[in-house]
Design a protein around this ligand. Structure first.
Ligand code: FCB
Length: 806
């Protein structure tokens, strides 16, 4: 019998041998002990004690009290199986005034910490600068002063002299973009200055500090030198769904300009010894280039062994003539920054794991010399403590998605050496204080109790297996039956297929094992090799099912979308079963069907806010892609940009001089209807014009009724945005009845671009939704996921089709 070897075979997504697994923190965020053992003040002490700067006036005075509890914390890391720990060294503990006298007690602390880590077999990865600049240096100009970079190199030498015999890898500065821009450019971080010119000076001096200290460390014999950058793919909203989509020349320029500010402003000087031209032009325009001296770029371009990547979320931009520059990105006139239309963390950051794949593969392509290490990736969620557990499934799903994305990058050739989660502990999250919890370990800030969250326990397993389970825990497999029965897989297969080449005795043993394990023998009989059923369920749930049953004529676009799902899946060799779940019975049937392993995956059409099916299906573990709005956090989905489409429709009405713009919304429990209404409200928000809303149920008759209602409420209205074409056609009818001319008296925009929209009189201006593309995308996302790729989502852009009704 070979039961043990069977359960693991082919089930893990293995990372390369020796992959570095660990967690990260930073000194000011966890240490506390702000006034202990000779520590000097840092800019963060001053800033956090300035009223109004930090949420609820929180400070890092006590934080996680790690300074006193470090030994327990290291023990905890060991229990969680961490192999590496990235922490930062507080400059003001080492040199309280930023230069001059060294504080022995400060060095002693890190000495003890390093020893404790080594004793626990955890590799220390110190970062020399994670934002806690000694206040004394800030008083002399901080990072806007060139001298600060030289003082930093002195400090690096002091620390290396003490720890260099035990620390192999040294990280110089953490996220110079954040330190410079949030600290000096917009002032939401310490030291709280707000000048674009100063931010550029600070950036350059932080890079210089990196180069000077790298040189010192190398001379001192450091084995590996790294710096850590916050990097993000810069994409247009359309590229977010499909990175290979071609973009217009204007959008390409917008993307490049922002990329040059957030990514290449740092990557190019460090790894190529030059600033990108667009960055130089912006710097020159905003504050001049005097601070960049001859030889600086050669100093900055020291050889580095590892690049630390902090990835949280992508940056989404597009060309928008007339848009003022974003304060955090000086020089970005005519560019609009938008959110990513994806589920978000408690920070409001869109969750886009594929962004990590993009960052990593791009780095290995454009800067092939340097090794890569994810030095931060993680998420804040509103965790709830339940006894002695924290069931932070959102965070686990976040990490799982990003690890899959990292693995995909490795498969595509990226030289990724390790992954450090942010963060070990809940901690002082800068301007957000203690409200945003990023830890895999929960910290009760009253009692300082540490409680590993479920994500930490999950991570321990990932580390132990050096990877992830490739697939959901499936129902018992053919192999499991073979193992239980002590026979070969082909014997099981022959028994199940009713072949008479197996003796009665063995047949009985196999059937016994089948019963004991509750094995459902469909897929195995079909495919011994792939363990796949090659079947996909296309499930239409809730009101969508009801609508497709009785209002098919009202929504032909819907069947087009469904047909494209089927076509795409069939072309990939899958059998597709269409299932309607418009009743409790129907839902139970679908759930059982999926759970018992008859299908490899599900494309689910739901879109109803109170539909319980999506969550139930996700719980079965079967891979699901939602066609439409995501209903459960982290379920991948293919949606269209309803809000953006509605906003474009209203913007068009405004541009045509309309001022009293009403809306006919769809049913409020439809997520798409809600998003369209949001887009309408959003577009009116800053105009000062009021919103006037009536609600229909998507049918033509309800559109006519709603229009009559609106005319009674506001006889002078001059435009109406209708969240569905059939309702818009009803509205046209009601307007004609009332003697209003379209568009002279009232302009009308619909949504959906159904086939009849161009035949109404006058022809209807409407928002076209990419139905075929949406169906195809949902199918592709599922296929890619089933093939082991990341579970990603897509939002497809809509298009305004202008006809005669506006
Ligand atoms: C990064 C910082 C880190 C933490 C995370 C959430 O920008 O390096 O200290 O605050 O964000």
């Amino acid at each position: 019998m070979t039961a043990t070897s069977i359960s693991s075979r082919g089930e893990t997504l293995a990372f390369p041998p020796g992959f570095i697994w660990g967690a990260a923190t930073a000194a000011y965020q966890i240490e506390g002990a702000a006034h202990v053992d000779g520590r000097g003040a840092s800019v963060w002490d001053t800033f956090s004690h300035t009223p109004g700067r930090i949420a609820d006036g929180h400070t890092g005075d006590v934080a996680c009290d790690h300074y006193h509890r470090y030994a327990d914390d290291v023990r905890l890391m060991a229990e969680l199986g961490l192999r590496a720990y990235r922490f930062s060294i507080a400059w003001p503990r080492i040199q309280p005034a930023g230069s001059g006298p060294v504080n022995a007690e400060g060095l002693d602390f890190y000495d003890r910490l390093v020893d404790e880590l080594l004793a626990a077999d955890i590799v220390p990865y110190p970062t020399l600068y994670h934002w806690d600049l000694p206040q004394a240096l800030e008083d002399l100009g901080g990072w806007t002063a060139r001298d600060t970079a030289y003082r930093f190199a002195d400090y690096a030498r002091i620390v290396h002299d003490r720890l260099g015999d035990r620390v192999g890898t040294w990280m110089t500065v953490n996220e110079p973009w954040v330190a410079a821009v949030l600290g000096y450019g917009i002032g939401v971080h310490a030291p709280g200055r707000a000048s674009a010119a100063e931010a550029f000076r600070a950036s350059h001096h932080l890079l210089l500090a990196h180069g000077l200290s790298a040189r010192v460390l190398r001379e001192g014999g450091a084995r590996e030198i790294a710096l850590t950058l916050n990097l993000a793919p810069v994409l247009t909203p359309a590229q977010l769904s499909d990175p290979d989509l071609p973009v217009s020349a204007e959008d390409a320029e917008a993307v490049d300009r922002v990329d040059c500010l957030i990514n290449r402003q740092f990557l190019d000087p460090v790894l190529r010894g030059e600033y990108p031209r667009p960055t130089l032009e912006i710097m020159d325009r905003i504050g001049g280039l005097e601070h960049i001296r001859d030889g600086d770029l050669a100093t900055i371009n020291q050889p580095v062994d590892l690049l630390g990547i902090n990835y949280y979320t992508p940056c989404v931009v597009r060309s928008a003539p007339g848009e003022p520059a974003n304060a955090a990105y000086p020089g970005t006139e005519d560019i609009r920054f938008s959110g990513a239309h994806a589920p978000t963390t408690a920070m409001g950051w869109a969750i886009v794991p594929t962004g990590l794949t993009q960052v990593l593969t791009r780095l290995s392509r454009d800067y092939p010399e340097v090794g890569l290490l994810v030095t931060e990736n993680g998420a804040a969620f509103d965790d709830l403590v339940d006894g002695d557990r924290v069931h932070d499934t959102d965070r686990t799903a976040f990490f799982e998605g990003h690890l899959r994305a990292a693995h995909a990058a490795i498969e595509a050739g990226a030289d990724l050496r390790g992954f450090l989660v942010w963060s070990l502990l809940d901690n002082f999250e800068w301007a957000e204080g203690y409200h945003k919890r990023f830890g895999i370990v929960h910290v009760d800030f009253e009692t300082q109790r540490r409680l590993p969250k479920d994500s930490a326990l999950w991570y321990r397993e990932v580390i132990r297996h050096n990877g992830l389970r490739r697939e959901r825990a499936r129902r018992p497999t053919l192999e499991a039956v073979a193992a239980r029965a002590g026979v070969s897989r082909s014997t099981v297969s022959r028994v199940i297929n009713g072949e008479d080449t197996v003796s009665d005795e063995f047949r009985a043993i196999v059937m016994n094992a089948v019963d004991e394990l509750g094995y459902v023998p469909n897929s195995a009989a079909r495919s011994l090799v792939t363990r796949r059923t090659d079947s996909i369920a296309l499930v239409v749930s809730g009101p969508a099912a009801a609508a497709s049953a009785d209002a098919g004529a009202d929504d032909p676009a819907f069947s087009v979308t469904l047909r494209s799902v089927v076509r795409e899946l069939e072309e990939a060799g899958k059998r597709v079963t269409l299932m309607l779940a418009d009743s409790q019975d129907g839902r139970t049937r679908v759930e059982r069907y999926a759970a018992s392993g008859y299908v490899d995956g599900v494309v689910l059409v739901s879109g109803h806010s109170s539909d319980p099916l999506p969550a139930a299906l996700v719980r079965t573990g079967v891979p699901v892609v939602v066609l439409g709005r995501p209903v459960a956090a982290h379920t991948p989905y293919a949606d269209v940009d309803d809000a953006g489409g509605a906003a474009a429709a209203v913007a068009h009405l405004l541009a045509r001089g309309r001022r009293r713009i009403a809306a006919i919304a769809g049913p409020p429990d439809s997520l798409a209807s809600r998003a369209r209404l949001e887009g309408y409200r959003e577009a009116l928000r800053d105009t000062g014009y009021r919103s006037i809303i009536a609600v229909g149920d998507l049918t033509l008759a309800s559109g006519a009724d709603a229009m009559r209602q609106l005319l009674r409420d506001d006889p002078a209205l001059d435009a109406v945005f209708v969240a569905g074409d059939p309702m818009a056609i009803g509205a046209l009818r009601a307007l004609a009845e009332s003697g209003r001319r379209v568009p002279e008296d009232v302009a009308v925009v619909g949504f959906g671009d159904v086939a009849t929209a161009s035949y109404t009189v006058p022809a209807l201006t409407t928002v076209r939704t990419p139905g075929t593309e949406q169906g195809r995308t949902a199918a592709r996302l599922l296929l890619r996921h089933l093939a082991g790729g990341p579970a990603s989502s897509a939002i497809l852009p809509t298009e305004l089709v202008v006809r005669e009704s506006t």
